[in-house]
Design a protein around this ligand. Structure first.
Ligand SMILES: NC(=O)c1ccc[n+]([C@@H]2O[C@H](COP(=O)([O-])OP(=O)(O)OC[C@H]3O[C@@H](n4cnc5c(N)ncnc54)[C@H](O)[C@@H]3O)[C@@H](O)[C@H]2O)c1
Ligand SMILES: [Zn+2]
Length: 254
């Protein structure tokens, strides 16, 4: 979807296109909002364009053949949407995680529809990411850095974002934005979703280097999305690097 959208954005300076997502991640996240890009060796999504699709057709039947690992990767973005924007959806996910994981049709339908609703509403209010749209980047500062540090394609996007959310939640706690109970609630949801198995081992120097290339950085310093409570987040926050180091040491020991 990202590559096809980028081709449509640049071919003849932009042609109309339609997104037909076939992965869970594309249905709830990447097909919506018009961000198209390809990765460069220097970083994730570094060549890209904003180009809104004329329509998105989301057929849940595609998910029947999706491998478990791909499905779980999409689930990470669904959980992210709930954590940043809608407490009642996070509670629903906690209560229904096994039905979602076993792909019960009514559970898939509800999870996908609610996640799409959150993303579409945020994008409609702030299509060009002048402000609020940045909350969708929760977990992505470290997530994208992990993807770059271990090599694009060696870790799925959703898994990297799940670890990124784990680091971001610790940063939120250490920066005084949320309580330990909020971090625990996130931990439980991500663990129950099977997203915290296989902790990646990466030198922190590599992650810091990747973070300084992040598009969201200002003067080489990342801006963070911090969790306030389940269902509410802040964006654009500067955080003391010592806090980032402490959070990384706790979540992703070298
Ligand atoms: N543009 C955005 O706003 C945005 C948002 C989130 C993520 N992304 C990007 O999206 C990318 C990941 O996209 P993705 O998760 O859709 O992965 P993908 O397109 O790489 O597909 C993953 C794998 O699943 C297979 N597959 C796809 N549909 C299938 C189906 N129905 N049945 C069986 N197999 C199927 C594909 O062949 C591929 O091997 C990442 O690079 C991420 O950075 C972009
Ligand atoms: Zn993402």
């Amino acid at each position: 979807g990202d590559v096809a959208g980028f081709a449509a954005a640049t071919g003849m300076r932009g042609i109309g296109y339609v997104q037909m997502p076939t992965t869970l991640l594309a249905m709830v996240d990447s097909s919506i909002g018009g961000k198209t890009a390809i990765n460069l060796p220097a970083g994730k999504n570094l060549a890209g364009a904003m180009h809104q699709p004329a329509a998105i057709f989301c057929d849940l039947d595609y998910l029947a053949s999706l491998p478990d690992e791909e499905y779980r990767s999409g689930l990470a973005e669904i959980i992210k949407a709930a954590l940043i924007a809608e407490r009642s959806f996070a509670d629903w996910l906690s209560a229904n995680i096994s039905a979602v994981l076993s792909r019960k049709p009514c559970a898939i339908r509800e999870a996908v529809a609610r996640a799409i609703g959150i993303k579409a509403a945020v994008v409609a209010r702030d299509p060009n990411e002048a402000g609020e749209r940045a909350i969708l980047n929760y977990g992505h500062t470290v997530g994208h850095s992990l993807e770059r540090a271990v090599g694009f394609g060696n870790i799925r996007h959703g898994r990297a974002v799940a670890w990124g959310m784990e680091v971001a939640a610790r940063i939120s706690l250490l920066a005084g934005a949320c309580t330990p109970a909020t971090v625990e609630a996130q931990d439980t949801l991500l663990r129950d979703a099977g997203l915290l198995a296989e902790r990646p081992a990466v030198p922190h120097a590599k992650l810091f280097d990747a973070m300084s290339h992040d598009k969201k950085s200002q003067s080489g310093e990342p801006r963070w999305v911090l969790l306030r409570e389940i269902g509410r987040a802040d964006y654009g926050r500067w955080v003391d690097p010592s806090i980032v180091r402490a959070a990384l040491a706790e979540v992703l020991p070298e």
